[in-house]
Ligand binder design. Structure first.
Ligand code: ATP
Length: 363
C-alpha cells in the first residue's frame, strides 16, 4: 500500500495562513498533480507530507500509518516516512560523479555491484544523460542536473515519489520527452507520484488526478478531463485554459431542461437541469467555436481582429460588437482577412455556466 491521506491540514508562516483545512487523498498508483499559481501552497503541501515542515493542525497518514498529528504534536521524522523527493533545486552531492550520485541509494541497500551498474546505467539512459556519467555536478547545465536528480530518485524504484517542478529547467523538446518518460515510468513501476507544477499542460498530459489550489485552498480534485472540461470554479477555468477560455457575462434563467442566457452572444438556451437564476458568466472554449466565412443559421456575426497561425492550428481573435472579444482555435491553416466579417457557431451543451456571485459552476 502507498496511500497518503491529509485531513484538516493547516499551516501558518508567521501570521499568514498558508494551507487552509486541506483534505486530500492520494490513492496507491495515483499520479496526483498539485496545480495552481505561484505561491498557492503546492510546495508547502509537499513539505508537510515529507516532514520538512510541520503543520499546526491536521492529520497525515502514509500507508495507514499516522505520520502527523497536529493535536498531539506528533511528527514522524522525514527519514521514517519512506518517501523519495526531487526538488526543483536538485541538491546533488558536489563531490560525487553523476554515476555515484545515482548509485548512492542502491549502495546503501548493499546491492551487488553488477546490479547497481545495470540499474544506474538504465536510469541514466532513460534520462538521456548516460554519456555524462563521469562528470561532476559543477560540470553540468541546470537541465542536466535536474535529470540526474530524477534518475537518482527513480533508480531505487520507490513506492512513492514526490516531484517538485522537476522539469522546469528543460527546453521545450526535452520537457516533452521527459513528460512521456515519467508517465511511462509511473505505469511500469506503479509508483504513487505526487507532482507539483504551475504548468497546466504538464498537469493535463501526465496526471491521473489533478488537485487545483488557490491561496492555500483546494478548489477541485478530479481527473484531467473533468478539470479541463468542467472546472468547478471560474478561477480554475481561467487558470486551466490554454489558450484562455472565453468568458461572457450573461443573465440567466431556467426554462425547464435548459438555462436561457442573454448576453452579447444573443439569446442562447443551454441544455441543463439547473434551476440557477441570476447574473452568470458563460465559459466558451476556443476549440468549440466554429468559424464560417458565409452567414450560417443561428451564427453570430463577428469581425476578425487578428489571425495567429501556429503551425497545425490557427488562433483567431474576433470582435463581437464593440465590447466582446473572443478567441477561437481552428485546426489547420486559415486565411481570413483582418477586418472581414465571419459567423461563429458553438455547441450550446459545451458551454459551462458560472454564478457571477460565487464563481461556482452551476451548469
Ligand atoms: P511556486 O509555484 O512559486 O513554487 P507554491 O504554490 O509552491 O509556489 P509555496 O512555496 O508553497 O507556494 O508557498 C506558499 C506561500 O507560503 C507563499 O506565499 C510563500 O511566500 C510562503 N512561504 C513558503 N515558505 C515559507 C517560509 N519558510 N517562511 C515564510 N513564508 C513562506
Amino acid at each position: 500500500m502507498s496511500r497518503i491521506v491529509l485531513k484538516g491540514v493547516n499551516k501558518y508562516f508567521d501570521n499568514n495562513h498558508i494551507l487552509k483545512d486541506l483534505d486530500l487523498v492520494i490513492e496507491e498508483g495515483d499520479f496526483m498533480t498539485l496545480l495552481g499559481p505561484s505561491g498557492c501552497g503546492k510546495t508547502t503541501t509537499l513539505r508537510v507530507i515529507t516532514g520538512l515542515e510541520n503543520p499546526e493542525a491536521g492529520l497525515i497518514t502514509i500507508n495507514e500509518k499516522e505520520v502527523v498529528n497536529g493535536t498531539t504534536h506528533y511528527y514522524a521524522s522525514p527519514s521514517k516516512r519512506g518517501l523519495n523527493l526531487v526538488f526543483q533545486s536538485y541538491a546533488l552531492w558536489p563531490h560525487m560523479t553523476v554515476y555515484d550520485n545515482v548509485a548512492f541509494g542502491l549502495e546503501m541497500q548493499r546491492m551487488p555491484k553488477a546490479e547497481i551498474a545495470r540499474k544506474v546505467e538504465n536510469a541514466l539512459d532513460k534520462m538521456k544523460i548516460l554519456q555524462l556519467k563521469d562528470r561532476y555536478p559543477s560540470e553540468l547545465s541546470g537541465g542536466q542536473q535536474q535529470r540526474v536528480a530524477i534518475a537518482r530518485a527513480i533508480v531505487t524504484e520507490p513506492k512513492i515519489l514526490l516531484l517538485d517542478e522537476p522539469l522546469s529547467n528543460l527546453d521545450a523538446k526535452l520537457r516533452l520527452e521527459m513528460r512521456a518518460e515519467l508517465k511511462r515510468l509511473h505505469r511500469e513501476l506503479n509508483t504513487t507520484i505526487i507532482y507539483v507544477t504551475h504548468d497546466q499542460v504538464e498537469a493535463l498530459t501526465m496526471s491521473t488526478k489533478i488537485a487545483v489550489f488557490f491561496e492555500g485552498t483546494l478548489v477541485q480534485v478530479d481527473s484531467p478531463k473533468e478539470v479541463y472540461r468542467h472546472p468547478s470554479d471560474i478561477r480554475v477555468a481561467d487558470f486551466i485554459g490554454n489558450p484562455k477560455i472565453n468568458f461572457v457575462d450573461a443573465a440567466c434563467e431556467p426554462i425547464g431542461g435548459a438555462l436561457r442566457t442573454v448576453s452579447s452572444l444573443g439569446v442562447r438556451d443551454i441544455p441543463s437541469p439547473s434551476s440557477f437564476q441570476g447574473e452568470a458568466v458563460l465559459a466558451l472554449y476556443p476549440e468549440d467555436i466554429r468559424i464560417s466565412a458565409e452567414p450560417v443559421e443561428s451564427g453570430i456575426a463577428c469581425s476578425v481582429y487578428s489571425v495567429l497561425p501556429a503551425g497545425s492550428e490557427t488562433l483567431v481573435q474576433l470582435s463581437v460588437g464593440s465590447e466582446l472579444n473572443l478567441l477561437a482555435k481552428c485546426i489547420g491553416e486559415l486565411e481570413l482577412p483582418v477586418g472581414s466579417t465571419v459567423w461563429i457557431t458553438f455547441p450550446a451543451d459545451k458551454v459551462n455556466v458560472y454564478s457571477k456571485e460565487t464563481g461556482k459552476l452551476v451548469s
